[in-house]
Design a protein around this ligand. Sequence first.
Ligand code: NZQ
Ligand code: ZN
Length: 389
Amino acid sequence: MTNFDYQTPTRLIFGKDVVNGLADVLRPLGTRVLLTYGGGSIKRMGLYDKVKELLRDFDVTELSGIEPNPKYSTSVLDGVRLCKEHDIQVILAVGGGSVLDCSKAIAAGAKYDGEPWDLITYKVPTKAALPIVDIMTLAATGSEYDCGGVISRTETNDKVGYMDPHLYPVASFLDPTYTFTVGAKHTAAGVADAINHVCEQYFALPGNDVIDGFCESLIRTLMKWTPVALKKPDDYEARAEIMFACTFGCNGILSLGMGESGWPMHMIEHALSAYYDITHGQGLAIIMPHWMRYVLCEKTLPRFVKFGVNVMGISPELPDMKIAEKAIDGVSQFFGSLGMPMTLREVGIDDSRLQEMAHHVAVNEGLDNPAIFFPLRENDILAILKAAL
Ligand code: NZQ
Ligand code: ZN
């Protein structure tokens, strides 16, 4: 087991109607609030009106229209400007991971006099950020419980992960009923994202029994309840189990005592969504089985066997390689059963820029680090992308 030093300061407030406590959580943080949200889903489900009513005694400035795969040059810079103009004290993000990620970058940019991109790319250390509270409406990223966000810069095809301890939300309100309106596409994509977060940490050497068991339980939970939520979108237990599981995907718990993984599937997918603006979880569902097949070898086999037996329910009596292959096929079939695209072509990606994307990932993401589970060079990344076409 590797050493660790772990702290998560975020307060999770989970369950039906918990949002009623919003004003009490916000008040100690300030009265001048920047309310951030996306393209309108919170208005359609009535949450916007509810939040405005709860904040009737606050001075609220709004930033709307935050895009999926949030963009630096529009949303982040607009938000920073609004914070400075209105002397904002706290940010309330209401929406999915994109809204929250964008709000984290805004929170740091608001406390910095220079170009916020310097913070996002770690050219300059983040020394402070406005406090962030969120109401999550989509179970997926785990952004509600982690200190990171992912920001896209279209001009340069960059999609950059930005993590800093100042970016942990102070509190996250998680009411599963606000995810009832998430359609089949984003329900499935969110689950694929969360399963992938778990796998990015599970497929590491060494593992340990505490975290392995936690990971296995999270994936089994997501696989069990997602078909239920797709069939009956307002099934509270299903949405609650999914939301709870997604929350733990990304905040570091699943890496405690584990070896390095390098998050290869995410690094490859971030290039796909930077170049083609596709939905993150769909890109992951396409890449994941191909990454798994590519890295399966004598060294990695025991992890795939453990996954196959404990997550996919495959008989331990079978030969190890058979268990691993069946497990990977099972992952692929599961995503297919959710109606997800299974090839790059289905999401509008052809072979014209695969080499460029493989090069971009190889140069920027450090996946050839020999310490990680299965180091990947440019030609390996290209082979995975080609297999996914
Ligand atoms: O914009 P609105 O109108 O709100 O619609 C959104 C959006 O179109 C909609 N939606 C959200 N809640 C809804 C809803 N529709 C109906 N009912 C609701 N309750 O769903 C669409 C997608 O939203 P988005 O926020 O983009 O999805 P998600 O939460 O999956 O976030 C994706 C972003 O997070 C990044 C991804 O790369 C991507 O940019 N990630 C962030 C991570 C983190 N912070 O730790 C880790 C992840 O690996 C990931 O990279
Ligand atoms: Zn992800």
